[in-house]
Design a protein around this ligand. Structure first.
Ligand SMILES: *Cc1c(COP(=O)(O)O)cnc(C)c1O
Length: 382
């Protein structure tokens, strides 16, 4: 049905009407005081969301552009870095690093499992010459629905002293607690189409003073992604190049909404949505891809055994206009992923699981008693 599409993929995520209307406004000049005032307010609120006093810079890019910037501004060719790899986005960090000629050492875990912090501790404690220049962690691994123990890993990096902590918090910010300053996270990356409730197009990078120190000696060539340009322009609340000001105006409204709600309430809601989704899936006797102990509050991956994940997704879309994500790389066709990130309410989860019941029945799946998914969701939401 037209306009009834419900996005339950992990980005882009649904956009509230207030933000859609703000996005529809005429663009404004980006060298005006009107713009500067708006950008100042957005930046302040981004710092609130990131729980930081560090710079939070805005780039016109998707999350990957912000990832690349996070790498090339603070490192030099040949630098040794540790990259946590337990899914597609961790792998992406490795790929970017290798293309730039960094000495990438991967710390891996099976897809669907979380990274073992002790493996980082071993490498960091064994590095007496302080050659490791950065540790890169994907906090919520969106490709598998796994959350990594960033808090513990960041403690080990802090003890090392030299290495920077670079974090992909793309699906964490606005969903789960990421206290940038408290955990001494040096570079934290995110993007607008995830927890921020606005369309794709803005990338965010938070930068600590320690990272700015590293910037001074970093040797990769850079122009558009040179973060010092953004820092300098941001001192007067401007951007070095033409920004997507419409997105920023939309973001102004959603950040205001988030402030009204409060961080605790946002984190609690994502936790509740995750638990309700997982309870619903369990009641339908479909295997969850990640254990409860490392389940991401932003996304739930499901690995159906006897029915095709893609057949489920196709029918969910055809019958109920609900878009679910599929698996990536070797998980293509093997899992489906339910996004519950950003502008998602209790009703959306109830609706998703109820629809899923209908689809499973239509596909002839007899492994569950109709109605049990809905009951389980309601129990977890009340
Ligand atoms: C979405 C996402 C990204 C960025 O992807 P883009 O398509 O470039 O915006 C990076 N890391 C994670 C964990 C993500 O979920």
């Amino acid at each position: 049905m037209q306009d009834k599409q419900m996005l339950m993929i992990p980005g882009p995520t649904p956009v509230p009407e207030t933000a859609l209307l703000a996005l529809a406004k005429h663009p404004i000049g980006h060298r005006t005081s009107e713009f500067s005032q708006m950008m100042g307010e957005v930046t302040q609120n981004l710092k609130w969301l990131y729980q930081t006093h560090n710079d939070v810079l805005m780039l016109t890019s998707s999350g990957t552009g912000a990832m690349e910037a996070a790498m090339i501004n603070f490192l030099s060719p040949g630098d040794r870095i540790l990259v946590g790899c337990n899914g597609k986005f961790g792998e992406r960090w490795g790929e970017v690093g290798e293309i730039y000629g960094l000495n990438v050492e991967k710390i891996t875990a099976e897809w669907g499992k979380s990274l073992n912090p002790e493996l980082f501790a071993q490498k960091l404690q064994g590095d007496k010459q302080k050659q490791i220049k950065a540790v890169i962690i994907t906090h919520n691994e969106t490709s598998t629905g796994v959350i990594n123990d960033l808090e513990t890993i960041s403690t080990y990096v802090r003890e090392h002293g030299e290495a920077l902590t670079i974090v992909d918090a793309v699906t964490s910010i606005g969903a789960v607690n990421v206290p940038t300053d408290e955990w001494s996270l040096d570079v934290v990356v995110s993007a607008s189409q995830k927890g921020y409730m606005v369309p794709p197009g803005l990338g965010f990078v938070a930068v600590s003073s320690k990272a700015w120190e590293a910037y001074k000696t970093a040797k990769f060539p850079k122009y558009y992604l040179d973060l010092d340009r953004y820092r300098q322009a941001a001192q007067n609340n401007f951007t070095p190049f033409t920004p997507p000001m419409n997105l920023m105006v939309g973001l102004q409204t959603t950040l205001e909404m988030m402030k009204q709600a409060g961080l605790e309430s946002i984190f609690t809601r994502h936790q509740r949505l995750m638990q309700a989704t997982r309870a619903g899936i369990k009641a339908l006797n479909l295997p969850l891809f990640a254990d409860d102990s490392c389940a991401s509050p932003a996304i739930t991956a499901v690995a159906p055994q006897k029915i095709s994940a893609d057949a489920i997704r196709t029918l969910m879309h055809k019958r109920f206009d609900i878009a679910l994500a599929g698996g990536q790389n070797h998980l293509t066709g093997k899992i489906l992923r339910i996004g519950h990130l950003g502008f998602v309410s209790d009703r959306d989860i109830l609706c998703c699981i109820a629809s899923l019941e209908g689809v499973l029945q239509e596909l002839g799946w007899e492994g569950f008693t109709p109605g049990t998914g809905v009951v389980a969701v309601n129990k977890n939401l009340s």
